[in-house]
Design a binder for this molecule. Structure first.
Ligand code: MLT
Length: 262
């Protein structure tokens, strides 16, 4: 792991391998460790860079709200600090995908290819936004247990929840160890995120849209629509996986990424 100072905070980053840069951006409320299967499986061919976003994992920072644009700008600043000037493959999951839409809009020259996993293009509905803002206040007052209890059943395909208890427990532990202030700040940032549906047709880099067959948060039909709206985008469904497809079936996800990237 490397510690890299970005403005007012220090970003914790896993880095492995050499070659074209592949930046893996985690979901909410997680850290870089959700990508371990990709770090292990892809570092023989790529320079894999997997940061802990501002406030998450070991990237300690206290903010009241962090927008998806701010997270995207942090990644650009990280690449500057790491002297990565070659255009990257940006790969994000869920919240990492919301950040991806902002990254390509704000830092187009830095992007060679885009992989968006288990994410959405739409903004929150009014109801979802209100629930998020309530959850943010609740986490600050009472800690993350309620949020974790609500989220856990939606993260993994049912069969994988029973057959892979280790990844389920590791994910729960990461969530338990996430600072309540980071959870609240990201919830508030996600509540503000724009609807990018009408921007998808402007994406002009090779794009892979990847989704777990049983994703209960960003279902395959919704992701198929995203792929259809992006010129030339490829769509891959990971059979048997849920929202955390890269963690549930790293081999299938790595194969899909390698087929797209090569
Ligand atoms: C995630 O996995 O990053 C979250 O489900 C995103 C969200 O809360 O919308």
């Amino acid at each position: 792991m490397r510690q890299i100072t970005i403005g007012e905070f220090t970003m914790n980053v896993a880095e492995a391998g050499s070659g074209s840069p592949l930046v893996l951006v985690h979901g909410f409320p997680l850290d870089h460790s959700m990508w371990q299967g990709q770090i292990d499986g892809l570092a023989s061919q790529f320079r894999v860079i997997a940061p802990d976003l501002r406030g998450f994992g070991q990237s300690k920072s206290k903010d009241d709200v962090v927008t998806m644009a701010q997270f995207a700008d942090d990644i650009a600043a990280l690449l500057d600090a790491m002297e990565v000037s070659e255009p990257i493959t940006y790969c994000g999951l869920s919240m990492g995908g919301y950040i991806g839409w902002q990254f390509i809009e704000r830092h187009r020259d830095r992007v060679a290819k885009l992989i968006q996993c288990d994410t959405k293009a739409k903004a929150d509905t009014d109801e979802a936004r209100a629930t998020r803002l309530k959850a943010a206040d609740h986490v600050l007052e009472h800690g993350p247990e309620t949020l974790i209890t609500t989220m856990m059943p939606k993260l993994f395909a049912d069969a994988n929840r029973s057959s892979q208890p280790d990844i389920v427990e590791a994910t729960r532990q990461v969530m338990m160890n996430t600072a309540p202030s980071a959870i609240a700040a990201a919830q508030r940032g996600m509540a503000q995120r724009p609807d990018v549906t009408n921007e998808l047709s402007k994406i002009d880099v090779p794009t892979l849209i990847l989704v777990g067959e049983h994703d209960a948060i960003s279902p395959p039909d919704e992701m198929r629509d995203i792929a259809a709206a992006i010129p030339g985008a490829q769509f891959v469904q990971i059979d048997g996986a849920g929202h955390m497809a890269p963690l549930e079936d790293p081999q299938a996800v790595n194969n899909a990424m390698l087929a797209f990237l090569s």
